[in-house]
Design a protein around this ligand. Structure first.
Ligand SMILES: Cc1cc2nc3c(=O)[nH]c(=O)nc-3n(C[C@H](O)[C@H](O)[C@H](O)COP(=O)(O)OP(=O)(O)OC[C@H]3O[C@@H](n4cnc5c(N)ncnc54)[C@H](O)[C@@H]3O)c2cc1C
Length: 398
């Protein structure tokens, strides 16, 4: 038995021991990217007890010394076991940059509550006129004694209404290149002068917000890294965001698709999974996923040794991973046909799965919302076109 197989057994034993039916219910039947707060917090608490809440962080800050393969394996096994979906911005985005660029005081103030899910962080990057061209951002932070005074607005701020804190890119200088006047601030979302206004999606969900800042006063100690050097921090964070975020969830979709296709009939009257046209599409997705698994593990490993190389691979992973996610959610709709039609929001309540219409899989209830959600994946975290520009310019020197 290899070390990785032994580790997989340990993970599976832990999941069968600690993942209660209630927690599994939310992993299986709740459609959002993140499980409801109390459920998410309960699951992170259990992981934290085991020392597995933030496995990618160094041991000093409550992480592990695991290899990239072990980290990916834990995430995959949790998803396949229907563990609640964890809020990623603390663990995967701001946590690593606090570890890399933060002062001792920032590390001790901000890292422990991420590990236990006591604080959720929102990402304040995009503005109404600064998305792809992020360096043109205009939210200003002006120095006033020991404080900054912030004015401006951020948009598409996912889950800000559920978060206690925000990490924010702000303009602290107009001298030189636009990138050279940006700083990275960490502060509380309940600071006076902040208004979080909902933006409701066409699916009727409240995930996005626009956040307005009017004379918001935060201490200079909110600065992460040096003043006017926030662009480097922001790039480091974007690499974490793009490097390894796509394979895990795709394993889950494909697993559910395979399970459903074994139970329903295809055109030749045998199981759909044996239908040549369908099985060819499934096999293609599975091969693409295997390659994505390897690329994500490589990008994660490179983050420790060669950040510039990791950042280019992260852009490639984002292009490939989001394309695959979209292909797989399309395959689910194609396979389910009329089974996908009933809207079944009551499944979200504990016990709701017993009322599932169109058995035998929760895919029947979730496939349409996943299909629509995943259209946004080629935009969120930087669009596909921008990733291709990064690969061309920084990777290929074009
Ligand atoms: C689900 C989701 C969650 C998000 N969450 C957050 C969040 O929490 N915090 C946050 O700060 N932001 C968030 N965003 C915003 C996201 O980062 C931006 O939408 C994204 O960077 C694109 O910016 P934009 O919407 O302004 O589009 P634009 O930049 O206006 O782009 C419009 C189109 O033009 C293309 N384009 C632009 N410039 C170029 C170029 N140079 N070359 C080729 N094509 C180009 C783009 O690819 C795109 O197709 C989220 C977005 C989504 C969809």
């Amino acid at each position: 038995m290899t070390e990785l197989t032994l580790f997989q057994e340990e993970v599976r034993d832990f999941l069968s021991d600690r993942l209660t039916p209630e927690l599994r219910h939310f992993g299986e039947a709740y459609p959002g990217f993140v499980s409801p707060r109390p459920i998410e917090a309960e699951w992170r608490r259990i992981l934290n007890e085991k020392g597995w809440s933030v496995p990618g962080w160094s041991v000093e800050y409550g992480g592990t010394e695991w290899s990239a393969e072990q980290i990916m394996l834990l995430k995959r096994e949790m998803t396949l076991a229907n563990a609640p979906r964890l809020q990623p911005t603390g663990e995967n985005l701001v946590g690593p940059v606090i570890i890399e660029f933060g002062t001792a005081a920032q590390k001790s103030a901000f890292l422990p509550p991420i590990r236990t899910s006591e604080t959720w962080w929102a990402q304040g990057y995009s503005e109404p006129n600064a998305g792809s061209d992020l360096a043109s951002l205009q939210t200003k932070a002006e120095r006033d004694g020991d404080d900054y005074i912030i004015n401006g607005t951020k948009i598409w701020t996912s889950h800000a209404h559920k978060c206690e804190k925000i990490f924010c890119l702000v303009r602290t200088s107009n001298a030189g290149k636009p990138q050279a006047g940006i700083s990275f601030l960490l502060f509380d979302l309940d600071t006076p002068g902040i208004e979080v206004r909902p933006i409701i999606t066409f699916g009727g969900e409240h995930e996005f917000n626009q956040v307005f800042f009017t004379d918001v006063r935060v201490p200079v100690a909110s600065l992460l890294g040096k003043e006017n050097e926030g662009w480097n921090v922001s790039k480091f964070l974007l690499t974490s965001e793009r490097a390894y975020s796509y394979a895990t969830v795709t394993h889950d979709y494909l697993n559910k698709i395979r399970g459903f296709a074994r139970q329903v009939r295809g055109r030749n009257n045998g199981a759909l999974v044996n239908d040549p046209t369908f099985s060819k599409k499934l096999a293609k997705a599975e091969m693409d996923l295997q390659s994505l698994d390897l690329m994500e593990a490589k990008a994660l490993q490179l983050m420790k040794t060669d950040m510039p190389a990791s950042s280019i691979l992260a852009s490639a992973n984002k292009v490939q991973g989001t394309k695959l996610q979209q292909a797989v959610t399309e395959l689910a709709i194609e396979m389910l046909e009329h089974y996908a039609i009933p809207l079944q929001p009551r499944l979200e309540q504990p016990g709701g799965l017993e009322q599932l219409i169109g058995e035998p899989s929760t895919l029947t209830a979730l496939a349409v919302s996943q299909y629509f959600n995943d259209r946004a994946m080629t935009i969120a975290g930087g669009t596909t076109e921008i990733q291709k520009n990064i690969i061309a310019a920084r990777g290929l020197g074009l």
